[in-house]
Design a protein around this ligand. Structure first.
Ligand SMILES: Nc1ncnc2c1ncn2[C@@H]1O[C@H](C[S@+](CC[C@H]([NH3+])C(=O)[O-])CC(=O)[O-])[C@@H](O)[C@H]1O
Ligand SMILES: O=C(O)C(=O)Cc1ccccc1
Length: 242
């Protein structure tokens, strides 16, 4: 994998379009997500560990919003050929590049990649479902239906890993965590202009919710247990068990 540095928002732009997962983003995505999401590497690696524990023989494992397949490949390493891995993403550019990463990885796992909206994906026989930083891009009004569908497609004892940018009901905590995230981005070499321009491009595209809302939705959808297993500032990962 060649690592290209993310400089997408480094020059001042006259017109800032909505953030999109296009070819330009795909080129720099591994660098972008690592420098933007505190705890990203840990969440990906532990998604693999969790999948290794919960994979059921002959079941399906879904990575919904798989991007370049970071979680898919982390799970492949832990799961081997016990289960079929299915990565889904609606960005053609992401799926194309993901396909070549999977080929390069020479994994012996059975991996299928599908270019499709996860709102349309047929889900079944699932022991593990992963939504790593994807639900935040789904319209809020559609989130309950999707989580409910995932729950219904899961085998008893199955697990959902849900990682998200989160917000806080308490205004002091909201301000603190947002500022700490900004410090993290500055420490990773992003300039004030890059931070400001990306923030504006993500407005009304990435919509965070509180941990309370996420947990409530998971329980309302029929999961028997749901809680946080990792958090760094305004980024968290939860597990929900059927
Ligand atoms: N409706 C949709 N259907 C399918 N895919 C979608 C949809 N909406 C957005 N996406 C896809 O969801 C992914 C979100 S990135 C996931 C990172 C990955 N999980 C990782 O752990 O490396 C997170 C981020 O960039 O913050 C993108 O590839 C979109 O194309
Ligand atoms: O960069 C940010 O501020 C984020 O919230 C995370 C992110 C990471 C990669 C793509 C889109 C959003």
């Amino acid at each position: 994998m060649t690592q290209q540095r993310d400089t997408i928002y480094s020059a001042q732009r006259e017109q800032l379009g909505r953030f999109a997962f296009d070819e330009q983003v795909v080129e720099v995505f591994p660098d972008m997500i690592q420098r933007s999401v505190p705890g990203y590497a840990t969440i990906i690696a532990m998604t693999g560990v969790i999948a290794g524990r919960y994979a059921q023989q002959g079941s399906n494992i879904y990575d919904l919003g798989c991007s370049l397949g970071a979680s898919t490949l982390a799970m492949a390493r832990e799961v081997g050929d016990k289960a079929k891995l299915i990565g889904v993403d609606n960005s053609a550019a992401m799926i194309a590049r993901c396909q070549s990463y999977v080929a390069e990885s020479k994994t012996t796992s059975n991996i299928e990649l599908i270019e499709q909206s996860i709102q349309e994906t047929e889900l079944q026989n699932a022991s593990v479902v992963v939504l790593n930083f994807t639900l935040q891009f789904i319209p809020e009004a559609d989130r309950q239906t999707l989580i409910q569908r995932i729950q219904e497609a899961m085998l008893p004892g199955g697990i959902l890993v849900l990682s998200e940018k989160i917000c806080f009901a308490d205004p002091h905590l909201q301000k603190l965590n947002e500022e700490l995230h900004l410090e993290f981005k500055r420490a990773n070499g992003y300039s004030e202009m890059e931070i400001a321009q990306k923030r504006s491009a993500l407005e009304n595209v990435l919509i965070p919710e509180t941990l309370h809302s996420h947990r409530q939705r998971l329980l309302d959808s029929g999961f028997s247990s749901a809680d946080v297993w990792f958090q760094c500032f305004n980024f968290a990962s939860m597990v929900a068990i059927k």
